[in-house]
Write a protein that binds this ligand. Structure first.
Ligand code: CO
Length: 154
């Protein structure tokens, strides 16, 4: 495993729609292992492949004692609502309030290409939403709750 640099905010890869993983090989395992080391070192709640400069649909979650490796994740259902603070390893000195579902079901593949499903709640659900958004070039502050609120009351 090796530590990778985390790309920052202005890097265009963070605005890229990432491609699906098609081959579950040693190269994929190496990327996931590097992402894991980088995530744990940075003490984040999650890390998406574009954050280390790889435009592929891979995201890791490490939140509330849960560690997950998602390949080609899709949120297939969501329910409820939670409003809370978010930040991002790629965005320095900024956090904001984001509304997310309180529960999500994620269909994904593990690193060996096995189809899996995970039901996430609360903070883990929030982390899943944040990381999966990264795979579509969406950053948390795009969804800042106060902006939406101001737009509604104006
Ligand atoms: Co992030």
């Amino acid at each position: 495993m090796s530590l990778r640099d985390i790309v920052k905010d202005k890097d265009p890869i963070l605005r890229t729609k990432c491609r699906r993983v098609e081959v579950f090989d040693a190269r994929l395992h190496k990327i996931i292992d590097d992402m894991k080391e980088t995530l744990f070192h940075a003490r984040g709640a999650g890390l998406a492949a574009p954050q280390i400069g790889i435009a592929r649909r891979i995201a890791l979650i490490h939140a509330d004692g849960v560690y997950l490796e998602f390949v080609n994740p899709v949120i297939v259902s969501s329910s409820g609502s939670q409003i809370g603070q978010e930040a991002c390893l790629s965005v320095d000195n900024r956090s904001c309030i984001v509304e997310r579902p309180n529960k999500v079901t994620v269909d994904y593949y593990d690193r060996n290409g096995n189809a899996c499903t995970y039901d996430a709640m609360g903070f883990v659900a929030r982390a899943c939403c944040h990381e999966i958004d990264h795979l579509d070039g969406i950053l948390f502050y795009d969804k800042e709750y106060t902006n939406v609120y101001r737009r509604v009351i104006r």
